[in-house]
Every structure is written in C-alpha cells, then in structure tokens.
Design a protein around this ligand. Structure first.
Ligand code: BTN
Length: 266
C-alpha cells in the first residue's frame, strides 16, 4: 500500500520519504505522538490499514476496520505559539475536502468543527493534538489525525452508528481507490501546512463555505444541559458563533454541537 500511495505522489514530494505504513496499530495518533516526542520530523506521516483503538474527539472511539478506511496521522512542527493554531482543525478539514474532491470527484461538507459529512451522515473526522514546549511556550508538535470511511457498506457499521455513518463507496456507488485518496490527502496537507499561518483568512473563508453548521438550528451540550440556538458564523479562531434562544450570542469553541437534520437530531 505504501508503494501504491507513493506511486500517486510526485517523485520529489517533500514528505514522500517520511511515510510510514503499518498493517495494524492501536491508534496512529498515539503512535505519532510517541514518535514526535522522540524527535520525528515535520511531515512524518503514519498510515495504518487497521486500528484497534482508533480515537475521536471528546474521548469517542473511531471504528477503524481492516482495509476499509484511511487512518492517517501527520506530525507538524509549526514554529509558533499554540494560540496561533486555533484554526488548525478547520484548515485540515478544508484540505481533506479538497483531497476527496480531487481523488473521488465529490466534495464533502463540514459539520463544525471536525466532521466530514455527506448526505447528512459522517464520512470521517479529524482529531488534532498539540504539544507545547514548556521552556519556550511554543508549539513543540501538532499531530493531526484523519479517519475517512472508504469502502464500508451500511451493514458493516455497528448498529449504534449505522444511521449516522456513511462511506465514500456508499455515497459514490463506485469502488474507492484508497491509495489515490491517501496521496491526495498528503499533497493537500503539505500545501496547507505551508500557508497555514500566512493565509489564515482565506482558509477560514473556505471553511465557512463548506460548513453546513452555519445557518442551522443547533443544540449545544454543556455537562447535562442542552442549549438551543442558531449558528451564525465561524470566527477566525474556528469558534462557532451561536445566538441562543434567550437572545444572547456566544463564541462556542469546544464541546458537542448537534445540528438539526443531522445524525438523528430533529
Ligand atoms: C472524530 O471523529 O472525532 C475524529 C476521528 C479521527 C480518527 C483518526 S483515524 C487516524 C487517527 N488515529 C486516531 O486514533 N484517530 C485519528
């Protein structure tokens, strides 16, 4: 598979020799964090055919069955304070939408902040993890983990997520070339990493175009409390601007946000 991915990359691609392929791992993000802590360079890419402990945002599991998806983590070393990377997950989401569009011919939408969706169902997700150098206060490394459902049929998803999940093959009704998609993701992520800090406004403008949460009725979960409102916008730091039913407006930057009409929220 590694060979097949490299076949689709330009011979001089700067990340080409940094690609590490695994048959099965616990979580590519966990392994990438260990490798980054031991000095693995910017652009190191880990891809696995299977994950036994794939992780998602908010402590969730990301089901990663053998040879059915792309399970990829990339180590970045942006030399900046972590506060300048608040938009990183959004930038990754736009880059992955670009890659899916180029490799598979359709463009997913984004459910704030990190879900890729088609037909109101989850196609994939992004898990960004940062480490800060305590001496300098600068970012030591960022690990961006991306999982995309590629070849599953509806019945391959466990019953608890079946109604909310989708794969690229289910959506296109065609065979999906995972190597080609992985190579497109590497290409788009490398380009994104070069303009991450210099083209922040442009990246966020593109994120807003893809984000289906904007303009939707949303439910924000905080502890045991649910608050309803309308999502108005996403700001430059990636926070969701919500006007709640009591009339106040807030920038929501973490936690769970359900979007009416998606994943069973009606
Ligand atoms: C989410 O849906 O909340 C994020 C899912 C991220 C899954 C990817 S798969 C590759 C990488 N390794 C992990 O354990 N998680 C990410």
């Amino acid at each position: 598979m590694s060979r097949h991915i490299c076949f689709h990359l330009p011979p001089k691609h700067p990340w080409r020799d940094l690609l590490k392929w695994f048959d099965s791992v616990g979580s590519t993000n966990t392994l990438a964090k260990e490798m980054a802590a031991q000095g693995a360079p910017h652009g190191t890419i880990l891809i696995a055919d299977h994950q036994t402990e794939g992780r998602g945002r908010l402590g969730r599991t990301f089901h990663s069955p053998n040879a059915a998806g792309i399970y990829m983590s990339v180590i970045l070393r942006p030399q900046c304070p972590p506060m300048q990377l608040m938009h990183l997950t959004c930038a990754v989401a736009v880059a992955v939408c670009d890659a899916v569009e180029k490799a598979l011919g359709f463009r997913p939408s984004i459910k704030w902040i990190n879900d890729l969706v088609v037909d109101g169902k989850k196609l994939g997700g992004i898990l960004t993890e940062l480490s800060i150098d305590p001496k300098t206060g600068l970012t030591d490394y960022a690990v961006i983990g991306i999982g995309i459902n590629c070849t599953q049929r509806s019945e391959d998803f466990s019953e608890d997520i079946r109604s909310m999940a989708c794969s690229a093959a289910m959506f296109t009704k065609k065979a999906v070339d995972r190597s080609r998609l992985a190579a497109a993701m590497i290409t788009e992520l490398e380009e994104m990493s070069r303009c991450l800090l210099s083209e922040k406004e442009d990246i966020m403008a593109r994120y807003r175009q893809d984000c289906v949460t904007i303009g939707s009725h949303v439910q924000v979960l905080r502890g045991d409390e649910k608050h309803e409102g309308i999502a108005l916008d996403v700001d430059c730091e990636g926070a969701l601007i919500v006007t709640f039913t009591d009339g106040h407006t807030e920038a929501v930057s973490c936690g769970e946000v359900s979007v009416r009409g998606m994943y069973g929220y009606t």
